[in-house]
Unconditional design. Structure first.
Lengths: 112, 114
Protein backbone atom coordinates (compact mmCIF):
# COMPACT_ATOMS: atom_id res chain seq x y z
CA UNK A 1 0.00 0.00 0.00
CA UNK A 2 1.28 3.46 -0.90
CA UNK A 3 1.98 5.95 1.89
CA UNK A 4 -0.04 8.62 0.06
CA UNK A 5 -3.15 7.82 -1.98
CA UNK A 6 -4.68 10.18 -4.52
CA UNK A 7 -7.46 9.54 -7.03
CA UNK A 8 -5.91 9.92 -10.51
CA UNK A 9 -9.08 11.22 -12.14
CA UNK A 10 -9.57 12.67 -14.66
CA UNK A 11 -11.98 15.04 -12.96
CA UNK A 12 -14.01 17.12 -15.41
CA UNK A 13 -16.03 20.15 -14.20
CA UNK A 14 -17.71 23.14 -15.86
CA UNK A 15 -16.16 26.58 -15.57
CA UNK A 16 -17.16 28.30 -12.32
CA UNK A 17 -17.59 25.08 -10.35
CA UNK A 18 -16.06 24.42 -6.95
CA UNK A 19 -13.46 21.68 -7.20
CA UNK A 20 -12.48 19.38 -4.35
CA UNK A 21 -9.23 17.40 -4.56
CA UNK A 22 -8.21 14.96 -1.84
CA UNK A 23 -5.41 12.79 -0.53
CA UNK A 24 -5.23 10.24 2.24
CA UNK A 25 -2.06 9.09 3.94
CA UNK A 26 -1.01 6.35 6.33
CA UNK A 27 2.06 7.73 8.12
CA UNK A 28 1.15 9.84 11.16
CA UNK A 29 4.69 11.31 11.17
CA UNK A 30 3.83 13.61 8.26
CA UNK A 31 3.62 17.19 9.52
CA UNK A 32 4.02 19.37 6.42
CA UNK A 33 1.50 19.27 3.59
CA UNK A 34 1.75 20.78 0.15
CA UNK A 35 -0.26 21.04 -3.03
CA UNK A 36 1.49 21.44 -6.37
CA UNK A 37 -0.01 22.19 -9.78
CA UNK A 38 1.67 20.68 -12.81
CA UNK A 39 0.93 21.67 -16.38
CA UNK A 40 1.80 19.26 -19.17
CA UNK A 41 5.56 19.00 -19.81
CA UNK A 42 6.36 21.40 -16.96
CA UNK A 43 7.68 21.07 -13.43
CA UNK A 44 5.33 21.18 -10.42
CA UNK A 45 4.49 24.66 -9.12
CA UNK A 46 3.87 25.14 -5.39
CA UNK A 47 0.28 26.25 -4.68
CA UNK A 48 -0.25 25.77 -0.96
CA UNK A 49 1.94 24.86 2.01
CA UNK A 50 0.54 24.07 5.46
CA UNK A 51 1.91 22.80 8.73
CA UNK A 52 -0.11 20.38 10.88
CA UNK A 53 -3.92 20.57 10.98
CA UNK A 54 -6.18 23.44 9.96
CA UNK A 55 -7.19 25.54 6.98
CA UNK A 56 -5.25 27.94 4.81
CA UNK A 57 -6.73 30.20 2.16
CA UNK A 58 -5.01 31.96 -0.75
CA UNK A 59 -7.27 33.63 -3.28
CA UNK A 60 -9.47 30.99 -4.91
CA UNK A 61 -7.57 28.14 -3.23
CA UNK A 62 -8.21 26.66 0.23
CA UNK A 63 -6.16 23.84 1.74
CA UNK A 64 -7.49 21.74 4.61
CA UNK A 65 -5.59 19.26 6.75
CA UNK A 66 -7.29 16.80 9.11
CA UNK A 67 -4.52 14.89 10.83
CA UNK A 68 -6.92 12.84 12.95
CA UNK A 69 -8.37 11.34 9.76
CA UNK A 70 -5.07 11.49 7.82
CA UNK A 71 -6.88 13.39 5.06
CA UNK A 72 -6.00 16.56 3.18
CA UNK A 73 -8.03 18.55 0.68
CA UNK A 74 -7.61 21.36 -1.81
CA UNK A 75 -10.65 23.40 -2.81
CA UNK A 76 -10.70 25.61 -5.90
CA UNK A 77 -13.51 28.18 -6.09
CA UNK A 78 -14.76 29.68 -9.36
CA UNK A 79 -12.67 27.24 -11.39
CA UNK A 80 -11.24 28.48 -14.69
CA UNK A 81 -10.07 26.65 -17.83
CA UNK A 82 -6.54 27.77 -16.89
CA UNK A 83 -6.86 25.60 -13.76
CA UNK A 84 -6.80 22.51 -16.00
CA UNK A 85 -3.68 20.65 -14.88
CA UNK A 86 -2.53 17.77 -12.70
CA UNK A 87 -2.65 18.47 -8.97
CA UNK A 88 -0.15 16.67 -6.75
CA UNK A 89 -0.35 16.44 -3.00
CA UNK A 90 2.94 16.07 -1.14
CA UNK A 91 3.95 15.73 2.47
CA UNK A 92 7.01 15.41 4.66
CA UNK A 93 8.08 14.66 8.21
CA UNK A 94 9.43 17.06 10.80
CA UNK A 95 12.74 15.28 11.25
CA UNK A 96 15.14 13.09 9.34
CA UNK A 97 14.89 12.96 5.57
CA UNK A 98 13.37 16.17 4.28
CA UNK A 99 12.36 14.92 0.86
CA UNK A 100 8.71 14.87 -0.10
CA UNK A 101 6.39 11.91 -0.48
CA UNK A 102 3.98 12.53 -3.34
CA UNK A 103 0.56 11.31 -4.31
CA UNK A 104 0.21 10.12 -7.89
CA UNK A 105 -1.67 13.28 -8.94
CA UNK A 106 -5.25 14.09 -10.01
CA UNK A 107 -5.83 15.35 -13.53
CA UNK A 108 -8.38 18.19 -13.59
CA UNK A 109 -10.17 19.47 -16.68
CA UNK A 110 -12.26 22.64 -16.45
CA UNK A 111 -14.61 22.89 -19.41
CA UNK A 112 -15.37 26.43 -20.73
CA UNK B 1 15.00 35.98 -12.11
CA UNK B 2 15.73 33.37 -9.47
CA UNK B 3 14.93 29.81 -10.29
CA UNK B 4 15.99 26.31 -11.19
CA UNK B 5 17.29 25.54 -14.67
CA UNK B 6 17.32 22.01 -16.01
CA UNK B 7 18.97 21.05 -19.27
CA UNK B 8 18.54 19.64 -21.78
CA UNK B 9 14.75 19.63 -22.08
CA UNK B 10 14.83 16.39 -24.10
CA UNK B 11 17.55 13.73 -24.07
CA UNK B 12 18.00 10.44 -25.89
CA UNK B 13 20.15 7.59 -24.63
CA UNK B 14 21.64 4.72 -26.60
CA UNK B 15 22.14 1.25 -25.14
CA UNK B 16 25.16 1.09 -22.83
CA UNK B 17 25.54 4.85 -22.69
CA UNK B 18 25.76 7.07 -19.62
CA UNK B 19 24.02 10.44 -19.84
CA UNK B 20 24.17 13.44 -17.52
CA UNK B 21 21.28 15.76 -16.71
CA UNK B 22 22.11 19.27 -15.55
CA UNK B 23 20.44 21.15 -12.69
CA UNK B 24 21.48 24.67 -11.67
CA UNK B 25 19.78 26.96 -9.12
CA UNK B 26 20.36 30.61 -8.25
CA UNK B 27 18.03 30.68 -5.25
CA UNK B 28 20.88 30.20 -2.75
CA UNK B 29 19.13 27.08 -1.50
CA UNK B 30 21.08 24.59 0.57
CA UNK B 31 19.25 21.40 -0.36
CA UNK B 32 18.75 19.90 -3.81
CA UNK B 33 16.81 16.84 -4.93
CA UNK B 34 16.30 14.63 -7.95
CA UNK B 35 12.95 12.96 -8.62
CA UNK B 36 11.75 10.65 -11.34
CA UNK B 37 8.16 10.91 -12.61
CA UNK B 38 6.45 8.04 -14.42
CA UNK B 39 2.82 8.10 -15.59
CA UNK B 40 0.43 7.27 -12.76
CA UNK B 41 3.16 6.94 -10.15
CA UNK B 42 3.76 10.47 -8.93
CA UNK B 43 7.32 11.56 -8.14
CA UNK B 44 9.90 9.23 -6.62
CA UNK B 45 13.10 10.39 -4.94
CA UNK B 46 16.39 9.35 -6.57
CA UNK B 47 19.02 11.32 -4.61
CA UNK B 48 19.19 14.37 -2.40
CA UNK B 49 21.90 16.64 -1.02
CA UNK B 50 21.70 18.96 1.96
CA UNK B 51 25.21 20.37 1.72
CA UNK B 52 28.08 20.64 -0.74
CA UNK B 53 30.11 17.43 -1.13
CA UNK B 54 27.46 15.34 0.62
CA UNK B 55 24.46 13.47 -0.80
CA UNK B 56 22.15 10.62 0.18
CA UNK B 57 20.36 7.89 -1.73
CA UNK B 58 16.63 8.15 -2.10
CA UNK B 59 14.13 5.38 -2.77
CA UNK B 60 15.24 4.46 -6.31
CA UNK B 61 18.98 5.29 -6.48
CA UNK B 62 20.11 2.13 -8.31
CA UNK B 63 21.54 2.95 -11.74
CA UNK B 64 21.99 6.66 -10.96
CA UNK B 65 24.84 8.78 -9.60
CA UNK B 66 25.17 12.41 -8.52
CA UNK B 67 27.76 14.95 -7.42
CA UNK B 68 27.51 18.19 -5.43
CA UNK B 69 30.74 20.12 -5.94
CA UNK B 70 29.06 23.53 -5.90
CA UNK B 71 26.06 24.81 -3.98
CA UNK B 72 24.34 25.87 -7.20
CA UNK B 73 24.76 22.63 -9.13
CA UNK B 74 23.52 19.05 -8.68
CA UNK B 75 24.01 16.98 -11.88
CA UNK B 76 22.45 13.54 -12.24
CA UNK B 77 24.07 10.77 -14.29
CA UNK B 78 21.86 7.99 -15.59
CA UNK B 79 24.19 5.04 -16.03
CA UNK B 80 23.90 2.02 -18.31
CA UNK B 81 22.96 0.02 -15.19
CA UNK B 82 19.57 1.78 -15.16
CA UNK B 83 17.57 -0.61 -17.33
CA UNK B 84 14.40 1.44 -17.58
CA UNK B 85 15.53 5.07 -17.78
CA UNK B 86 12.65 6.45 -19.86
CA UNK B 87 10.95 9.01 -17.60
CA UNK B 88 10.55 12.69 -16.78
CA UNK B 89 13.33 13.82 -14.41
CA UNK B 90 12.73 16.73 -12.05
CA UNK B 91 15.22 18.64 -9.97
CA UNK B 92 14.13 20.60 -6.89
CA UNK B 93 15.71 22.77 -4.22
CA UNK B 94 14.76 24.15 -0.82
CA UNK B 95 16.07 26.19 2.09
CA UNK B 96 17.28 24.22 5.10
CA UNK B 97 16.14 25.79 8.32
CA UNK B 98 13.48 25.64 10.97
CA UNK B 99 10.79 23.21 10.00
CA UNK B 100 10.68 21.74 6.54
CA UNK B 101 10.69 24.36 3.83
CA UNK B 102 8.77 23.75 0.59
CA UNK B 103 10.63 22.59 -2.48
CA UNK B 104 10.69 24.44 -5.78
CA UNK B 105 11.05 22.59 -9.06
CA UNK B 106 12.68 23.06 -12.43
CA UNK B 107 10.84 22.28 -15.68
CA UNK B 108 12.32 18.83 -16.07
CA UNK B 109 14.25 16.74 -18.58
CA UNK B 110 12.46 14.06 -20.58
CA UNK B 111 14.77 11.10 -21.20
CA UNK B 112 14.03 8.48 -23.83
CA UNK B 113 15.80 5.40 -25.16
CA UNK B 114 16.90 5.30 -28.80
Amino acid sequence: QKEVEQDPGPLSVPEGAIVSLNCTYSNSAFQYFMWYRQYSRKGPELLMYTYSSGNKEDGRFTAQVDKSSKYISLFIRDSQPSDSATYLCAMSKDTGRRALTFGSGTRLQVQP
Amino acid sequence: DGGITQSPKYLFRKEGQNVTLSCEQNLNHDAMYWYRQDPGQGLRLIYYSQIVNDFQKGDIAEGYSVSREKKESFPLTVTSAQKNPTAFYLCASSILGAGNQPQHFGDGTRLSIL
